[in-house]
Write a protein of this length. Structure first.
Lengths: 787, 333
């Protein structure tokens, strides 16, 4: 919302805009009232070098499709040639021409840029290029009688204005008008707000624009007023200047007053040409399904039965209620009698139509937030007052209509307990303090035995409960004045055991040389199947990128993409991990979301994954069975295993299936470890218990056995442990050998055992006895002792 | 005889001093001081002397000579050992800057780093840490937070809807605030909790905006909590996280789930104000949705982005870069 300083100053004395310090203070005050000033700009100062020019003729060039040649005259009778990308001008139009060397407000310097070898003698400007509002749809066409060859600012009567750009939030519909901001400021500064304009003097004979409210819920109030003896012309310079500063272009005196009143009072209104209003009145009803209206922007719009229409008395649609008028009753240069519509529309209905059509207007922005249902009289009075400046002979007719239904919001009153206000703000406010702070912004307070009854002004529909008043009190007291206290936390701060374990997990992974990736949690159709994973996944209804609509059920596809990306940038052998959520489908209220870990090591085989698993398991106190008979989806069939805890699969370890690697365009092997952290981190790990270390010497011996490939090394190890008994303190597999001397389909496993007793030094005989038992135990698995 | 002893001593000391290697010195030591050495022989000859005085004088001379030779041998052995160690040490020289392997540590993602630093600061201020699901029901994400269906503020959240359950009933959480409700339902006040996590907004990404990003949210519910307590907590956080030279301020704003609401800004030591996040007193409707009586309990909540903390700290020019999983990015931190 753009608030113009000079305009504000008409409503509340805030001082001169020439004083930059004063401007900064005003901006700061507005911000601290909750209407964040995002930017303060000085606009409307003429851009030196931009002059008015008349279009002489336009010409297409056969080789230029997007631009045409415009010949202009700057009053010296010399034709100047300009290339132009906009086509909205016709011979005779007056337009602003930025001559060569001009520096535009955005810093661009106008140079004679040749196109097709033909130079341009300047640039034609749009309104936005000159800092006159947001319109960049075409070149700015100036009023027909504008003198040619003069600085455009002078021709338009522009004055420099200071503009505050406010980020007005949904709770303050009133601040979409200068009046609302002025009211807050007046209270803040302790100065009076400008009084409402007097009701217009009625001088004309009865003449009525009738109003029939067919739909009284969506339109609970609709007023009409007929004004005659109006002459369409130009607006005063100051009004043009302020409108421009606020981002609106001057059209003619009637439209300008309509806009000006809206920007001031926050009350949209619409002036119709009374003579084109069929049946001389209005009819407000819901549209029929499929009914069509052509709006002012010349777009034909198809309506639904949820859209509210303004029709004339013959039931011909003339406006999309609260959003945009129709083309058919637009004010023309010949208009002499107008019918002024000022109404209040139910906000949610406007919001829904706006959302469905994607059609937003200055009016709809105000109605959807909530206009002031009782602000219509003031806005009508202001309309007449301002129109009289250019039409001093206008006649306001008797017979104005104010049609209302019971659905107009009733005034709200709120019970406010001063001790409650104080309890929430950390203050000691009495009823009188609260009254002093909020009455200046229109909240009428009645004190009844220590409880205030607060009447909410009609322009503050956001205030419905006691805490809303607490905020008003805090705003006008000043948030900073409340001070800063620190509540004494009565709970011990800290991470939960699960959060501690997650941190430990990350540290171990980082220590193993793995870096943390954060792929997107959305997958594209095919990502799962390429990885060899089941395709069932929960879908997004409205993805940001078409096709990027699956919620991941596994972290693997994201990490495979990361490996592929890095490989394509000549970074092979990348080791990554991710801790993140996955969201498998479920029939419960929510998908079966859980936290997972995935590790990928490019350029390494399954043993790397096993090594990482064993490090993690040792560090985290996890135990799980490595079940190679259960090959997980998408994994190498002879180099992968499911990690199982009881009957539940809690992870995957091994190597990615070569088919999946091919599908992702990865040329290296990729070792993978995946864990369900929601399960594993939740388990309380066993605390290691002390075992006394022996004071007696230990004895080592080595043992190599040939074992069929079908027997897992894990089983051999288990047999050795059982055979060796309590003296075994360390067991390590130090060599695996296949080849000469070992039968086909078997391999040699070489172990080193360390024996030690707690109570004595072991003899050679002791060691020999253990060795025999170990050999016997492994023999049961089909292992053959190697010489 | 005494003269012979002294002559033998001088000869022995001279030979020891001339020993070139440790082995030679040790061999000499054995030869000179052993049973067949000259001084053993002198000792056996002592018995052949006639007078007690002669025996005493000669015995003293032999002892004195033996001690001198022992000392000379020890000194020579020690010197030679030192020299030999010095040669060894010289031969073992390594150029420590001649390193073949590169550092192999892993790199924590900068968002995780920021996340953990924030957690640590809040833990120090007496907060606990809560988490919640990323796929949420409409009720937790909106309705319980005082945004009933059709509430205009919902349009401020560009929501990803999830095809699960009834149409429109499931969303990717647009903020971490649903965890507030879950916490209120699960534990009795007092609550001093922060809630970090991943959030989703269906908006086009650019250098400063992401569709998937991370927020941290704080919630305090206790008896007698005030807006001044919010200001003080934000101030404590600002100083703990950014440094003593930083200060903070609240300014009025609007959020459906808080009333009064406030934006909070921090002021750098250079005097610049930076907008950081949103906050306010928990709305009575939100307390009720969490099963708490607003007449008994009051509280405040605040929230801000984690990604921005990481971006600012490391000067990352484009937030999208943080999620490319380019190892060349990850390795920088």
């Amino acid at each position: 919302m753009k608030i113009v300083h000079s305009w504000l100053n008409d409503l509340v004395p805030v001082g001169s805009a020439d004083d930059q310090q004063r401007v900064d203070e005003v901006a700061d005050a507005i911000t601290h009232l909750g209407l964040h000033v995002e930017d303060v700009a000085r606009v409307g100062s003429t851009v030196a070098g931009v002059v008015t020019a008349r279009v002489v003729r336009t010409e297409r060039h056969p080789d230029a499709a997007k631009v045409h040649r415009v010949y202009v005259d700057t009053g010296d009778g010399v034709e100047r040639h300009v290339w132009c990308g906009a086509f909205n001008m016709a011979p005779g139009d007056i337009i602003p021409l930025a001559t060569g060397g001009t520096v535009m407000p955005d810093g661009r310097r106008i140079e004679p840029k040749p196109i097709l070898g033909i130079a341009s003698q300047g640039m034609l400007c749009s309104a936005s290029e000159l800092g006159l509002g947001n319109d960049h749809s075409g070149i700015l066409i100036l009023p027909p009688h504008t003198p040619v060859g003069v600085p455009y600012g002078e021709a338009l009567g522009l004055a420099e204005e200071v503009v505050y750009d406010l980020d007005v939030l949904r709770n303050r519909p009133d601040a979409f008008g200068h009046l609302g901001v002025a009211r807050d400021l007046a209270a803040h500064l302790g100065v009076p707000l400008a009084p409402a304009p007097p009701a217009p003097a009625v001088t004309g004979a009865p003449r009525t624009a009738t109003v029939e409210l067919v739909e009284g819920i969506r339109c609970p109030r609709f007023t009409s007023l007929v004004i005659s003896n109006v002459r369409v012309g130009t607006s005063p310079d100051w009004m043009v200047s302020r409108l421009a500063a606020a981002g609106m272009r001057s059209i003619n005196n009637i439209v300008d007053v309509s806009n000006y009143v809206m920007l001031e009072t926050n009350q949209p209104n619409h002036a119709y040409d009374f003579d084109t209003l069929g049946g001389g009145g209005f009819r407000v009803r819901m549209a029929a399904e499929g009914e069509v209206i052509v709006t002012l922007d010349e777009v034909s719009r198809v309506l639904t039965d949820a859209d509210l229409l303004i029709c004339d008395a013959t039931d011909r649609p003339i406006g999309l209620a609260g959003i945009m008028g129709g083309l058919n009753t637009e004010i023309s240069d010949d208009t002499t009698v107008i019918a002024l519509e000022t109404a209040w529309f139910e906000p949610m209905g406007i919001l829904r139509t706006v959302a469905r059509m994607g059609l937003r207007s200055e009016a709809s922005a105000r109605f959807e937030r909530g206009a002031d249902p009782l602000g219509i009289d003031r806005s009508t009075a202001r309309f007449v007052e301002l129109l009289r400046l250019t039409c001093p002979d206008l006649v306001v007719h008797e017979g104005a209509v104010d049609a209302r239904t019971d659905h107009l919001p009733a005034p709200t009153t709120i019970r406010v307990r001063p001790e409650r206000v104080s309890a929430l703000l950390g203050t000691e406010f009495a009823a009188a303090d609260i009254t002093r702070l909020i009455e200046p912004i229109g909240f009428a307070c009645t004190d009844g035995r220590g409880v205030l009854t607060v009447a909410v002004p009609s322009w503050r529909p956001d205030c419905t409960v006691e805490v809303d008043i607490v905020e008003e009190v805090a705003r006008h007291h000043g948030y900073a004045a409340l001070g800063k206290t620190v509540p004494k936390s009565t709970v011990p701060g800290g991470l939960t055991p699960i959060q501690h374990r997650r941190r430990r997990l990350r540290e171990v992974l980082l220590g193993l040389g793995l870096s943390e990736a954060m792929p997107h949690p959305f997958l594209t159709a095919g990502d799962l199947s390429r990885a060899g994973l089941p395709e069932a996944a929960v879908r997004l209804v409205n993805p940001l990128v078409v096709g990027d609509d699956l919620l991941r059920t596994s972290l693997r596809p994201g990490l495979l993409k990361a490996i592929e990306f890095n490989e394509s940038h000549r970074r092979t052998g990348v080791s990554l991990f991710e801790v993140g959520h996955v969201y498998p489908p479920s029939t419960e209220v929510l998908p079966a979301e859980y936290e997972a870990l995935a590790v990928v090591v490019a350029g390494s085989d399954a043993t790397a994954a096993m090594r990482i698993w064993r490090e993690l398991a040792a560090a985290m106190g996890w135990g799980a069975r490595v079940d190679q008979s259960n090959v997980p989806d998408g994994m190498h069939p002879t180099r992968s295993a499911t990690l199982s805890l009881g009957r539940d699969a809690v992870g995957v370890v091994g190597e990615v299936h070569p088919d999946a690697l091919d599908a992702y365009g990865i040329t290296e092997r990729v070792a993978v470890l995946e864990l369900n952290l929601s399960v594993l981190l939740a388990a309380e790990p066993k605390v290691a218990q002390w075992k006394p270390t022996s004071r007696f010497p230990s004895s080592d011996f080595d043992l190599a056995v040939a074992v069929p490939d079908t027997v897992a090394a894990e089983k051999v190890e288990k047999a050795i442990r059982q055979g060796a008994g309590e003296w075994l303190v360390d067991l390590a597999l130090f060599d695996v050998y296949r080849g000469q001397g070992v039968a086909d389909g078997a391999r040699s496993l070489a172990y080193r055992l360390r024996l030690q007793a707690a109570d004595r030094t072991l003899t050679d005989a002791d060691v020999a006895q253990v060795r025999d038992k170990v050999v016997a135990a492994t023999a049961k698995l089909g292992a053959v002792l190697r010489a | 005889m005494i003269d012979d002893v002294r002559a033998a001593r001088d000869a022995a000391v001279a030979r020891l001093a001339a020993a070139a290697t440790l082995a030679e010195a040790r061999a000499l030591e054995t030869e000179l001081l052993g049973r067949k050495g000259p001084f053993s022989e002198f000792k056996t000859k002592l018995g052949g002397l006639s007078t007690a005085e002669e025996k005493k004088a000669a015995g003293q001379a032999v002892n004195e000579a033996t001690q001198a030779v022992v000392a000379a041998a020890e000194a020579r052995v020690s010197d030679l050992k030192q020299a030999e160690r010095a040669v060894q040490l010289q031969a073992e020289r390594i150029d420590l800057t001649e390193v073949l392997s590169r550092p192999s540590r892993g790199h924590a993602h900068i968002v995780t780093q920021a996340w953990q630093r924030l957690e640590d600061v809040f833990v120090g201020l007496g907060f606990q840490v809560a988490e919640g699901p990323e796929v949420e029901t409409d009720w937790y994400n909106f309705e319980a937070l005082n945004m009933p269906p059709d509430h205009p503020a919902r349009s401020m959240h560009d929501t990803f809807y999830v095809d699960h359950g009834c149409t429109g009933s499931t969303v990717l959480r647009t903020h971490t605030s649903p965890v507030q409700i879950r916490v209120m339902q699960q534990i009795e006040p007092p609550i001093y909790m922060i809630m970090p996590g991943r959030v989703f907004r269906n908006e086009t990404t650019d250098a400063t905006h992401l569709a998937v990003f991370h927020q941290i949210e704080g919630l305090v519910i206790d008896r007698g909590i005030t807006l001044a307590d919010l200001a003080g907590t934000i101030e404590s956080f600002t100083k703990s996280f950014f440094g003593e030279g930083f200060t903070s301020r609240l300014r009025p704003s609007y959020f459906p789930f808080t009333e009064p609401s406030a934006e909070f800004d921090i002021r750098t030591p250079k005097g610049e104000w930076l907008e950081l996040g949103g906050s306010g007193m928990v709305h009575p409707n939100v307390l009720r949705a969490g099963g708490l009586d607003p007449e008994e309990w009051s509280g405040f909540a605040f929230g801000f982005g984690i990604d921005r903390m990481a971006k600012e700290r490391h000067g990352v020019g484009d937030v999208r870069e943080m999620y490319t999983n380019d190892i060349r990015f990850l390795e920088q931190f």
